[in-house]
Structures are given as C-alpha cells and as structure tokens.
Write a protein that binds this ligand. Structure first.
Ligand code: UDP
Ligand code: MN
Length: 297
C-alpha cells in the first residue's frame, strides 16, 4: 500500500476538487503511491465541483441492475435517494437494467434527469447476474449510454444515497475503497489467489481492495474496464474456474494493472454494520442490510 509522507505530499488537484485539502484530514491516507487523490469528506469544495461540471455541460450516467427479486426489494428506494443526492443540479441519465421492464416503478424525476430501462435476461445463479453486468455495461457504453454520457457510475442496487454525491467524485477512472477492508494488511485482502483464474493476484500484488458496488469514470476508460473484466470472466468459464468474489475479483485485477485516477474513501459507500469509526464523517451511500434469503436464487 502506498503512503505519501506528509512532508512530500504533492499538491493534488483536478478541475472538480480544486486543490485537494489533504491537511483537513491528517489522520487518513489522502493520496495513493501513484499520486491519485483519495477523497475524504472535508478535502474538497463541493461547490467548485458543481460549477465546473455545469461549465463543462456534463451528462452523468448512473447504471444499476435490478434483476429478479432485487427489483421490488431495492430499486425504488435506490432511485428515490439518487434523486435526492446524486449529482443534484447536473444532467443525469439513469440506466436501469432488468428482466422485467414493466415492473420498474414510475418516478417523477428532477429537471434535466431521464431514466432509461433496458431489458436483460435473468440468469440461473445470482453470481451470474452479478458477473453478466460487465458484458452488458460494455455493450451499453458502446451504444446510446456511451453517446449521451460523459462520465458514468456503475452501482449495485442494494444501497441508497444518504448525502450529497456530486461531481467531486468524477475522474477518468474511479474506484471505491471497500468499507470492510480498508484497514486490512495487504496479504489478508480477499483477492483471487488461484493462478488458474484471470483475476489472480499473488501475495506481493494489489494496492487496495476495491468494492465492485461502485466504480466509475469516463466512457472510454469504462469501456476498457468492462472489456477486461468480461474477458477475464469468459476465460475463467472456459477453464472451469470462478473467481472468489466474481466480478469484484476481476475488477480488483483491473485496478492493479490500470490504476484508478481517483479513489473514494469508505465514506462514499459505507456499511452501518461496521459500527462507529472516527474517520467516517458523512456517509454518502449506505449498504442495505444483506437479506440474501429473500432476494437470491
Ligand atoms: N443483482 C440483481 N439480481 C440478482 C443478483 C444480483 O439484480 O439476482 C445485481 C444487483 O444490482 C446487486 C448486484 O447485482 O446489487 C450485486 O449483487 P449483490 O448485491 O447481491 O452482491 P454483494 O454486494 O452482496 O456482493
Ligand atoms: Mn451489493
């Protein structure tokens, strides 16, 4: 894991965060070893980000899959909360991928926000639904979604926004620190270790453990990410192996090979079950309680 000694901390800036105010959060890591910002609450000015996104006239995509029982259980709350907190004041296009388009709840959306529904097939196993997202996203990014959006976030549906999630999160390639693993030593991280899998990382490899419930970036970067992960999953299927955490294992392999240009602190995707942590100020997305017996095949 890379650390930036405070004395030599580079001035990190982009058009959305301005100069990263890493001194506002001296207790946490705010920079990767490859000099990408790790953004924490208080290290950026959300107003600068909002102005810059409007100046660039950006359209931001938000994709989510709601297949089988995940639709009734999570989708409405997810979308309602996104209307309250996700990229407020920007142009937003939601893409909902589901096996039952007719069951998607009717939503009144804010100005400049549209929702598109795309049909996908149900799979026999929940793991296959989760992994099939990479191929489907790849195709969508090569089609209408890729034409209308500048940046896209790809999210799990079993979570909801609780606070402002704005353009400060935008960058070419964005990864989310996994709430349960950001404290763990590298050798303990749950990467795929079986060398037969395309997702395998050996014990000296890996920077952080990233959460597949949230990743994002420019259309071009995400085309590459989804192609890489979908191909890895296909190679594994042909070899009769499956990575331990499915698409998340392949995502972690990708981010080891192609470093994210912005990393989101665990505040951006937090699980209340972890309990109280001093460094978690304002959670922006919260996991729903895991109720696998209700939603999984
Ligand atoms: N998903 C779905 N239907 C399924 C399985 C998965 O719609 O039967 C989608 C849904 O968006 C879900 C994501 O795939 O949030 C990942 O699955 P899950 O959240 O169950 O995985 P976990 O976060 O527990 O690893
Ligand atoms: Mn999930």
């Amino acid at each position: 894991m890379g650390i930036c000694p405070r004395a030599t901390m580079p001035l990190l800036r982009d058009n959305f965060t301005g100069v990263l105010q890493h001194w506002a959060r001296p207790e946490v890591l705010t920079c990767t070893s490859w000099a990408a910002p790790i953004i924490w609450d208080g290290t950026f000015d959300p107003q600068i980000a909002e102005q810059e996104a409007r100046r660039q006239n950006l359209t931001i995509g938000l994709t989510v899959f709601a297949v089988g029982r995940y639709l009734e259980k999570y989708l409405e709350h997810f979308l309602d909360s996104a209307e309250q907190h996700f990229m407020v004041g920007q142009s937003v296009v939601y893409y909902v991928f589901t096996d039952r388009p007719e069951a998607v709840p009717y939503m009144t959306l804010g100005q400049g926000r549209v929702l598109r529904v795309e049909r996908v097939q149900q799979e026999n196993r929940w793991q296959d639904v989760s992994m099939a997202r990479m191929r489907t996203l790849h195709e969508a990014l090569g089609g209408q979604l890729g034409q209308e959006a500048d940046y896209v976030f790809c999210l799990d549906v079993d979570q909801h926004f609780t606070s402002n999630f704005g353009p400060e999160t935008l960058a070419d390639l964005v990864a989310q620190l996994h709430a349960w693993h950001y404290h763990w030593p590298r050798w303990l991280l749950p990467y795929e270790r079986d060398k037969r899998s395309a997702a395998a990382l050996s014990f000296g490899e890996g920077d952080f453990y990233y959460h597949a419930a949230l990743f994002g970036g420019s259309v071009a970067a995400l085309r590459k990410l989804t192609a890489h992960c979908a191909l890895g999953q296909q190679l594994d299927r042909e070899r009769g192996v499956e990575a331990i955490w499915h698409d998340e294992s392949h995502l972690n392999k990708f981010f080891w090979l192609y470093k994210p240009t912005k990393v989101l602190s665990p505040e951006f995707c937090w699980d209340l079950k972890i309990g109280w942590r001093t460094e978690i100020h304002t959670p922006r997305l919260l996991w729903e309680p895991k109720e696998y017996t209700l939603v999984r095949n």
